[in-house]
Design a protein around this ligand. Structure first.
Ligand code: SF4
Length: 68
């Protein structure tokens, strides 16, 4: 298992499709007050966020350290 890394969501690229909630509900939640995706587990290992990250239509889920 790789080292956990901080992730964030680049809001302008997020279309609120809710795909990440379906794929990784332990990491993502929807904040109804702010009308945006909220990260509820951070940092995460690349393995556990990989599917949601690669499936995001806007590629809005990114690593904060930008190593890749
Ligand atoms: S999968 Fe991407 S575009 Fe869809 S809600 Fe999550 S962060 Fe936003």
């Amino acid at each position: 298992m790789s080292k956990p890394r901080e992730i964030t969501i680049f809001a302008p690229d997020c279309n609120l499709c809710m795909g990440c909630l379906d794929l990784a509900p332990e990491i993502f939640d929807f904040d109804e007050t702010l009308n945006r995706i909220r990260i509820i587990k951070n940092p995460v290992t690349p393995e556990e966020v990989n599917l949601a990250m690669t499936s995001c239509p806007g590629q809005a889920i990114i690593f904060v350290d930008q190593e890749d």
